[in-house]
Write a protein that binds this ligand. Structure first.
Ligand code: IMP
Length: 423
């Protein structure tokens, strides 16, 4: 049985959590393949809003098994908080949530190193969520990391000490002012590690292989978005993992020929949080309206998100790199009330008109070229069938499908599970 994939096509915050939650009834296993607590996956149902950071978005469904894959980085302290928040729902966490032994651990000193590195960069800072993501993946590729499976070994605390000591000397090297009490941070860390050790650790690649052989349906859940991919994103303003389809293979141990559907999630407009180029960014009343109506504040950091028109050059690139087979358009309702909509269909790149994403999309090199379309005034949030869509929304959808060459199968018209229209 093939493994389906769900990932974000922009700069994250597309609404992946909601769609995983909506689709979970069709799957036996939801497996998160990369990222860590930099992610904030928001789910809303029965009038309650939930934000998950590391735990897969299928956790609220009775029958779904949730796997945290080897490509994920786990901060035990944040993980414990997520578990504490779930306590009131009486979920059978021990059998529903399985953690890969090969997932790497975020240490308190990784978070400090992230803060020191960002502070030392000044204006050139990445705008990191400061969750220790970059330093943890650096230790992974540098072959110094501590993995979940190490917690089952007798010498893991020695390994911890030697890595934390090394980090302290690296923090000193940055020569920036950081106020912290490592002893306090470590008390929280070791307490949280004890909670983590109560969960079920697995050899996840073997588990998922057997599950496929047994005909189980698996959905791989990505975090962040394709334009934040370490290889294909707007480097260096990216995260430190492969957020694109290939990341699911390395982050779960699923063979490429086992990937089935690739569901690409995008917002009907564009947002970005943190630094980095954003060709269609708006600095006017339209951008302000998108931010306000769309409630565009980071689910992890609370930072306001930058807003702009949909960029089809970038979106096409993401569709291509991921091999997207079906699209899902989120937050269509936020565009209600705009008289005119703009969609970027090409760039003026240093005087040439281009329709592909070039190496450098800094504002001094790029002017977006827009196609204008009529907006719609109708409130979409109460609609429950595509037959109710206003003509101009249908025109917008058809235009995107034609440009992208992939059908839009779901249109989301609000944050709740029920506000999801299948086409
Ligand atoms: P880091 O992954 O925390 O180091 O952040 C690197 C960049 O990715 C920053 O611009 C962050 O704002 C952005 N980023 C990381 N995770 C997310 C996410 O889940 N949604 C949106 N942006 C993210």
């Amino acid at each position: 049985m093939a493994v389906d994939l769900l990932l974000g096509l922009q700069w994250g915050d597309e609404g992946k959590g909601k769609i995983v939650d909506v689709l979970t009834n069709n799957y036996d296993i939801i497996a998160r393949f990369q990222g860590g607590p930099n992610a904030g996956h928001t789910l809303e149902f029965d009038g309650i809003k939930h934000v998950l950071h590391t735990i897969p978005s299928g956790i609220f469904h009775k029958n779904a098994i949730n796997v945290v894959g080897n490509g994920v980085v786990i901060d035990p302290v944040i993980f414990k908080k997520e578990l504490d928040n779930l306590q009131k729902f009486n979920l059978d966490i021990h059998s529903k949530l399985l953690i890969s032994r090969k997932a790497h651990l975020i240490l308190p000193t990784h978070r400090l190193l992230d803060a020191a590195s960002e502070a030392s960069k000044g204006k050139a800072k990445i705008g990191s969520t400061l969750k220790g993501i970059g330093p943890t993946y650096m230790d992974k590729t540098g072959r110094n990391g501590i993995r979940v499976g190490d917690l089952e070994m007798s010498d893991w605390e020695e390994k911890y000490r030697s890595l934390a000591d090394k980090h302290e000397s690296m923090i000193a090297y940055y020569d920036v002012q950081l106020d912290y009490d490592l002893k306090d941070l470590e008390d929280d860390f070791f307490e949280a590690v004890e909670e983590l050790k109560k969960l079920t650790f697995i050899d996840s690649e073997e588990y998922l292989y057997q599950a496929q052989k047994d005909g189980k349906k698996i959905l791989a859940e990505g975090a962040q978005g394709s334009l934040l991919d370490i290889d294909f994103g707007t480097y260096p303003y990216v995260t430190s993992s492969n957020t694109t389809a290939a990341g699911a293979c390395t982050g779960l141990g699923v063979a490429p020929n086992q990937i089935g559907e690739v569901f690409g999630i995008f917002k009907a407009y564009a947002t970005r949080v943190g630094s980095g180029p954003f060709p269609t960014e708006l600095f006017d009343a339209d951008g302000e309206t998108m931010g306000r109506v769309g409630n565009e504040f980071g689910a992890t950091t609370g930072r306001p998100r930058r807003c702009g028109w949909l960029d089809l050059v970038a979106l096409k690139y993401a569709v291509q790199v991921n091999g997207v087979t079906a699209l899902m358009m989120m937050k269509g309702d936020v565009l209600s009330g705009f008289e005119q909509l703009k969609v970027c269909t090409s760039y003026n790149y240093k005087g040439d008109i281009i329709t592909h994403l070039p190496y450098n999309i800094d504002p001094e090199n790029i002017t977006p070229i827009y196609t204008e379309m009529e907006g719609w005034a109708q409130d979409l949030t109460k609609m429950d069938s595509p037959d109710q869509f206003p003509k101009n929304l249908n025109d917008y959808i058809h235009f995107l499908e034609k440009e992208l060459g992939v059908p839009i199968k779901i249109v989301s018209v609000g944050p709740d599970r029920t506000q999801t229209i299948h086409r």
